[in-house]
Write a protein that binds this ligand. Structure first.
Ligand SMILES: [Zn+2]
Length: 91
């Protein structure tokens, strides 16, 4: 489902889901942010997997004033975290 026009629907978080250490977004801190995958805009909270400057992170948007980024990781780890997020294994 990743990359489809309507975006992915994240599963409900599992009770023992990994807790992502969300931080206030450093939007603009990286050059050339590229969106790799995103969740459907029909949900209140949107998540986007971003690659920028050789790192990956997930951006969480609750509303205009509540934007969070996961800690940046190497690209494969970012893909893994994205998969766990979508599956409900991380939130
Ligand atoms: Zn939807």
């Amino acid at each position: 489902m990743i990359g489809t026009q309507h975006g992915t629907h994240v599963a409900h978080a599992l009770p023992d889901a990994e807790q992502i250490q969300w931080r206030t977004s450093r939007f603009g801190a990286y050059e050339r942010e590229r969106e790799q995958a995103w969740t459907c805009t029909c949900r209140r909270i949107q998540y986007t997997l971003i690659h920028a400057g050789g790192v990956a992170f997930i951006r969480k948007v609750e509303d205009e004033k509540s934007v969070w980024d996961s800690p940046p990781t190497r690209l494969p780890e970012g893909e893994g975290l994205w998969t766990r997020l979508v599956m409900g294994e991380a939130r």
